[in-house]
Design a protein around this ligand. Structure first.
Ligand SMILES: [Mg+2]
Length: 437
C-alpha cells in the first residue's frame, strides 16, 4: 500500500457543478425537477441542460428552434444569473468551512487544497474530499463532478471523468493509465493552436506530454505555461490553490452579450462604457490600477475586432480610460454590422502605491478625481450596484431596465433576512435554505 504522502504530495480537489444553471433552476422550482430543462432562452441557444435534457442527445450551443424540434417537451427558461451566482458563492463558502484554501475558479467550479486540513481532521484525503462533496450536495441540492489529485491540472482532468455525480481519485500511481486515454486537446489550458502544434510533434495524449523531458522542451523552445502543464500532468504540483488569483492577479475582464444584436454606435459604446465601469470597480476594490487595456466588439458572426493600448500612467478611473477608448472606437466599429457583445480587459496591474503620478505627489486634479470615485464606490455599496454610473453608460442601463421589466422577474424585498451569497440587490425570490431531506 503506497504512502499517502507519496500518492498525494499535495491533495487538490476540483469541484465542478453538474449541469449547473439547469440544476439551479430545478432546485428553485420543483415543477422543473425530473424534466428536460434548457437554459439560455434569452440568447436563442442552449447555455445549460439538465441531465434529462442531455439524455435526449441535446447539448450546449444548440439553437432553441432545434431544441423544440428534437424535444418538444423540453422546458426552455431564460437565464437567471443572479440565482446562479448566489449558488456559486454558497459553494465557495461551504468549501471554506473545511479549509480556507479555496480558489473561486468560475461560477460553478472551485479548487480546494485539502492536504493539511484532512490530516488535521484525522481523515484520509479521499474521505475529506467526499465529505465536502456530500455537504455541497446536501446544501445546494446539486451534484458535483469531483476530482482528487496531486496537482490542479490533474484534479481538473479527474473531475471530468465520472460525470455526473462522480468522485474520481487520481493518485500518482494511477497517472499513467489515466492520462493514456486523454487526448491532448482535452487537457485544461491547451488551446486549439497549441494542440495542433503538439500533435505535429507526435504528442497525441496527455501522457505523451507528461513524459517529455526538459531537454525536449528546450529543443522545441516551449514557453513556461507548457512546461508547467507537463510537470503538473506528471504529478509535480506547480500551481498553488488561490495563489495566482488571491494576490498578484494579472488582469480584470468584463464582457456582456446582449440580445437582440445591435448596429447602433451609441448603444454599443454605452455597453463598452458599462463593461469598463465594472472592470474599474474591481480594480479599485483591490487597490490596484492597470497600465494596459484591450477592448473589443464581437459581431453576430462571432468574429472579434479589438484594440489594445498602453496608458501613460496606471489608471483605474473609467472616465479617463473611456476618453482614450472613444478616440479609437472607430477601429473596431463598422456601420451596418450587427454586434452581439462588447468586452474590456485591463491588464499589467500594479498596486495603487506603485502608481504615484508625479515626483511631487498627487496633483489637485488627481486628488479631486480620487475623492469623487470614492464617493461613487460608497454610494454604490450603500444603495446597490449601478446606483451611480457614467452618463456614457446610460443607454446600456435603459436597455437593461427594459429587459428586466419585460421578463417581469419577481423582485425580492427581503432586507433583514439575507442568506449566504445574497445582497440587498441580489437575492432569490424565495430564500433557498438547502435541499429538504
Ligand atoms: Mg459545470
Amino acid at each position: 500500500m503506497p504512502d499517502a504522502r507519496d500518492e498525494y504530495p499535495r491533495a487538490i480537489v476540483h469541484f465542478d457543478g453538474d449541469s449547473f444553471f439547469a440544476s439551479v433552476e430545478q432546485m428553485l422550482d420543483w415543477r422543473l425537477r425530473g424534466k428536460p430543462v434548457v437554459t439560455g432562452g434569452e440568447r436563442g441557444a442552449a447555455t445549460s441542460l439538465s441531465i434529462e435534457a442531455k439524455r435526449r442527445g441535446l447539448h450546449r450551443g444548440v439553437p432553441m428552434q432545434e431544441i423544440r424540434r428534437l424535444a418538444p417537451d423540453a422546458v426552455i427558461v431564460p437565464g437567471n444569473y443572479t440565482a446562479y451566482s448566489i449558488f456559486g458563492k454558497r459553494m465557495y463558502e461551504i468549501a471554506r468551512v473545511f479549509t480556507p484554501l479555496v480558489e473561486e475558479y468560475s461560477i460553478d467550479e472551485c479548487f480546494v487544497d485539502v492536504t493539511d486540513a484532512a490530516v488535521a481532521a484525522g481523515m484520509s484525503h479521499e474521505a475529506y474530499a467526499a465529505a465536502i462533496k456530500v455537504k455541497l450536495q446536501e446544501s445546494l441540492g446539486i451534484t458535483f463532478g469531483v476530482g482528487l489529485a496531486p496537482t490542479k491540472t490533474l484534479a481538473k482532468v479527474a473531475s471530468k471523468l465520472n460525470k455526473p455525480d462522480g468522485l474520481t481519485l487520481l493518485p500518482r500511481s494511477r497517472i499513467d493509465e489515466t492520462l493514456a486515454g486523454i487526448p491532448i486537446h482535452d487537457v485544461w489550458g491547451i488551446g486549439g493552436s497549441m494542440s495542433m502544434a503538439l500533435k505535429g510533434l507526435g504528442i497525441e495524449t496527455a501522457l505523451d506530454l507528461a513524459r517529455k523531458p526538459r531537454a525536449w522542451m528546450d529543443e522545441h523552445r516551449f514557453a513556461k505555461p507548457v512546461r508547467v502543464l507537463a510537470l503538473e500532468l506528471a504529478g509535480v504540483p506547480v500551481r498553488t490553490v488561490g495563489g495566482e488569483h488571491a494576490h498578484g492577479f494579472k488582469s480584470v475582464m468584463h464582457t456582456r452579450t446582449f440580445t437582440p444584436p445591435s448596429s447602433d454606435r451609441a448603444f454599443l459604446f454605452a455597453q463598452l462604457s458599462k463593461n469598463l465601469e465594472a472592470a474599474c470597480v474591481k480594480l479599485r476594490r483591490r487597490g490596484a490600477r492597470a497600465c494596459t487595456a484591450t477592448f473589443y466588439l464581437k459581431t453576430q458572426e462571432f468574429t472579434y475586432h479589438s484594440v489594445q493600448m498602453t496608458f501613460h500612467v496606471p489608471l483605474n478611473d473609467p472616465s479617463s480610460i473611456l476618453e482614450l477608448f472613444s478616440r479609437r472606437f472607430h477601429e473596431v466599429f463598422a456601420p451596418g454590422i450587427l454586434y452581439r457583445a462588447t468586452g474590456v480587459t485591463l491588464h499589467t496591474i500594479v498596486p495603487n502605491e506603485a502608481a504615484m503620478p508625479s515626483l511631487f505627489g498627487k496633483s489637485a486634479e488627481e486628488e479631486r478625481r480620487e475623492r469623487s470615485l470614492a464617493c461613487v464606490d460608497f454610494l454604490n455599496k450603500r444603495w446597490g450596484n449601478d446606483s451611480v454610473f457614467l452618463g456614457s453608460t446610460l443607454l446600456a442601463m435603459r436597455e437593461r431596465t427594459d429587459l428586466v421589466r419585460s421578463r417581469a422577474k419577481p423582485v425580492s424585498r427581503r432586507r433583514n433576512f439575507l442568506s449566504c451569497g445574497e445582497g440587498s440587490k441580489k437575492c432569490l425570490g424565495i430564500p433557498f435554505l438547502g435541499k429538504v431531506r
